[in-house]
Design a protein around this ligand. Structure first.
Ligand code: PMP
Length: 369
C-alpha cells in the first residue's frame, strides 16, 4: 500500500467548495476507435514531426536557461495565424498563450473572477468551465439551455441582467452541442454583460461562422476570445492554447501567470507546428465533410442529431445513455457520455473510424437502449 494511504480525501482540510466534487474525467481507454475527446484524428505529417524534432533539438541547447517568459516569438506567430484566419489584424500585443486553453481560462478566472465573484455559463457546455470556476473559488452560475440546446439569447440576456456575473462564458461552436453563436447574438450578450465575456472558440476552425474576434475593437474592455491548437491543429498532445483580446487583458494576465509557464520545448514545438498550419488545417474540410456524412447516417438510422458546426455530433435519444455508451464500447467504439440524459457525443474521426461508429449505431438503433 502507498505510504499515507490511510488518510482519506474528506479528512483533508480542503476548501469547502471543493468537497464532494468530481475531477475532469474523460475515460482514457485504449480501444480500436477513439471518438471521445474531439481531437483531430489525422496524425501529424512526417514533415511536421521532423520539424518539431529538429526545433526541439535546437531548443534543447538552451535547456539550462529559463524560457522566454513572455513567449514573444510564439505569440507573434499565433497573431499572424489569427490575422490570416479571421481577417482581424491582431498583433503580438493582442495574443497570449499558455499550456492549453484550459490554462488560459484558469488565468482569466484568476484575474477577473475568484472569491466573491461569479461566472455564468449556458449549459450544457464545456465541462471544464465550472471546474475551473471551482478551482478559482468563483461562484458558478449555470443557465440551462432549452430542448434544442441552442443559445437562447433572450434568456441569456435576462439571466445576465438578473445575476450580473463578473464573467460570462459563451462557447462557439458549443461543446457538446455543436452550435455556433452569430455576431449579432454575441453583441447582445456583450451589451448586457457588466464584466468580461469569454468566447471559447476551441472549435472555430471547423465552423463557417465569423470569429468573435471581429468584435474586439468594439468591446475592448469586455471581450476575450480563446482558442486552442488541440483541435483543428492536431496538437492536443503539445498543450498550447491562446487568446486574442485588447492588449490590456494581456497586462492583466501577466499578474497571475506563473513565470516561465511555457517551456522551451513547448514554445519550440508549437512554433514548428504553426509553420505547417496550412497542411494541418487541410484536414478540417475533410472532417467537416465526414461530420455531414456521420450526421446523415445517424439520422437515417432514426437518431435525433443536433446540427453541429464542430468536429463532433450530439445525438440520441437513448432510454439509458450510460448503457448505450457501454454498448458502443463493447463494439470497440469509445464515444462520450457528457451527462445529458438520453444523449451521447461522438467525435468525427477518420472515414474508417466513422464507418465503425456508423455500423455500431445501426446495430444499436435496432435495440432497446
Ligand atoms: N474549450 C472547449 C470548448 C473544449 O472543448 C476544450 C477541449 N475539450 C478546451 C477548451 C480545452 O482544450 P485545451 O486545454 O486542450 O486547449
Amino acid at each position: 500500500a502507498a505510504p499515507g494511504g490511510d488518510a482519506r480525501l474528506d479528512q483533508l482540510p480542503i476548501r469547502e467548495n471543493l468537497r464532494g466534487k468530481s475531477p475532469y474525467g474523460a475515460p482514457q481507454l485504449t480501444v480500436p476507435v477513439q471518438l471521445n475527446t474531439n481531437e483531430n484524428p489525422h496524425p501529424p505529417t512526417q514533415a511536421l514531426i521532423d520539424d518539431v524534432a529538429e526545433s526541439v533539438r535546437e531548443a534543447a541547447r538552451e535547456l539550462h536557461r529559463y524560457p522566454d517568459r513572455d513567449a514573444v516569438a510564439l505569440r507573434t506567430d499565433l497573431a499572424a495565424y489569427l490575422a490570416r484566419q479571421t481577417g482581424v489584424p491582431v498583433t503580438v500585443e493582442n495574443v497570449w498563450a499558455a499550456n492549453g486553453s484550459n490554462e488560459i481560462l484558469q488565468q482569466l478566472l484568476q484575474a477577473f473572477a475568484g472569491p466573491g465573484r461569479s461566472a455564468m455559463g449556458f449549459v450544457p457546455s464545456y465541462s471544464m468551465h465550472p471546474i475551473i470556476a471551482d478551482g478559482t473559488d468563483t461562484q458558478w452560475l449555470p443557465v440551462f439551455r432549452g430542448a434544442d440546446f441552442a443559445l437562447d439569447v433572450d434568456a441569456a440576456v435576462a439571466a445576465i441582467a438578473d445575476r450580473r456575473p463578473d464573467v460570462v462564458f459563451v462557447t462557439s461552436p458549443n461543446n457538446p452541442t455543436g452550435h455556433s453563436v452569430g455576431i449579432a447574438d454575441l453583441r447582445r450578450v456583450l451589451d448586457a454583460a457588466p464584466g468580461v465575456v469569454i468566447v471559447d472558440e476551441a472549435y472555430a476552425e471547423f465552423s463557417e461562422a465569423p470569429s468573435a474576434m471581429t468584435l474586439i475593437d468594439e468591446y475592448p474592455a469586455k471581450l476575450v476570445v480563446t482558442r486552442t491548437m488541440s483541435k483543428a491543429f492536431a496538437f492536443a498532445g503539445g498543450r498550447l492554447g491562446y487568446l486574442a483580446a485588447a492588449p490590456a487583458f494581456i497586462e492583466a494576465l501577466l499578474l497571475v501567470r506563473l513565470p516561465y509557464h511555457l517551456s522551451v520545448v513547448t514554445q519550440a514545438a508549437a512554433r514548428a507546428a504553426l509553420r505547417h498550419a496550412d497542411e494541418t488545417l487541410g484536414s478540417v474540410h475533410a472532417l467537416a465533410a465526414e461530420r455531414v456524412r456521420v450526421s446523415k447516417a445517424l439520422a437515417d438510422s432514426g437518431f435525433h442529431v443536433i446540427p453541429s458546426d464542430a468536429n463532433f455530433v450530439l445525438f440520441g435519444e437513448f432510454t439509458d445513455a450510460a448503457r448505450a455508451w457501454q454498448a458502443y464500447l463493447d463494439r470497440g467504439v469509445l464515444i462520450r457520455d457528457v451527462g445529458i440524459p438520453g444523449f451521447l457525443r461522438a467525435t468525427v474521426g477518420l472515414a474508417s473510424e466513422n464507418d465503425a461508429f456508423i455500423t455500431a449505431s445501426d446495430e444499436l438503433a435496432a435495440t432497446e437502449l
